[in-house]
Design a protein. Structure first.
Length: 41
């Protein structure tokens, strides 16, 4: 059971490309970066 989950995750992704969690992580990182840039300039 555990091995199938691990191989599924490291193997091919869904056809969507990004999962919702990955998309949220990317958006959060972009928000932090834009916040830092807007503060420094």
């Amino acid at each position: 059971m555990r091995m199938s989950i691990i191989t599924n995750r490291t193997g091919q992704h869904n056809n969507k490309g990004f999962s919702l969690l990955e998309l949220l992580v990317v958006v959060a990182i972009m928000a932090v970066l834009t916040g830092i840039i807007s503060i420094t300039y």
